[in-house]
Design a protein around this ligand. Structure first.
Ligand code: CA
Length: 230
């Protein structure tokens, strides 16, 4: 399962454009053309991020944020044509995580979405100390994995890559993203990432030619299947 992004925007053209670009980033999008509908969707489903317009018919983006923030800390990116809105948001302290001004470059919005999804783990708030999938469990203390309780030796880098993907299950990361995150450097031999992913697959996948846990998203990178977390 991929990360879910809710787009609250009354202009269909903009909503479609945002949706198109975000889906290319490997996330799923749902569109609400009003804040009221947005709140209704939120009460029914789990979202990882919200892209929010300010000028909306009925309840506006500010009101939405104030209501929404009472019981959620899901990241919100405001997309607004009014630059002055940024000051208002800061002043109100209503808890937007990012601000993008219309007209915006889709690449800028996508980069912010990626960065926010990366920063917030999908399980934030639960503060999980261990993750399991299939017969496997990540052993944080020992930097190992356990299969049905039995220790499986895994290199530190392999563990770190696996942990990063598992903690952000559902989000696609490029080789560059993973390299930066795990090696802590911006530049280097990013092909090492594929080598490590192959090694991890050999340890956890039944058939590493047909991986089910760590999926390759062609032209994008890797994603850990969120539905397989237990
Ligand atoms: Ca609008």
């Amino acid at each position: 399962m991929k990360a879910q992004v809710l787009i609250i925007e009354d202009e269909q053209e903009i909503a479609e454009l945002v949706g198109l670009y975000l889906r290319k980033e490997g996330v799923e999008t749902i569109w609400a053309d009003s804040a009221e509908k947005g709140l209704a969707y939120i009460s029914e489903g789990l979202f990882d991020l919200i892209v929010l317009d300010i000028n909306l018919p009925g309840m506006d983006g500010f009101e939405f944020l104030q209501k929404f923030r009472r019981d959620s800390n899901i990241p919100v990116i405001i997309v607004s044509a009014r630059e002055a809105d940024e000051d208002i948001i800061m002043g109100l302290g209503v808890g937007a995580d990012e601000f993008v001004t219309k007209p915006f470059a889709p690449r800028v919005l996508c980069a912010r979405v990626r960065a926010l999804l990366r920063r917030s783990t999908i399980f934030s708030g639960e503060d999980r100390k261990s993750f399991s999938f299939g017969p496997y469990e990540l052993d944080y203390d020992g930097y190992n994995i356990k299969k049905s309780g039995e220790l499986i030796p895994i290199a530190v880098r392999e563990f770190e890559i696996l942990r990063f993907l598992v903690e952000h299950a559902g989000v696609v990361f490029s080789l560059n993203d993973i390299y930066e995150e795990v090696w802590g450097q911006e530049f280097g031999d990013i092909s090492a990432v594929s080598v490590y992913v192959q090694r991890i697959r050999k340890k956890i996948e039944e058939d590493y030619h047909k991986p089910v846990y760590i999926k390759t998203i062609h032209g994008k990178g890797y994603l850990f299947d969120r539905e397989l977390l237990t």
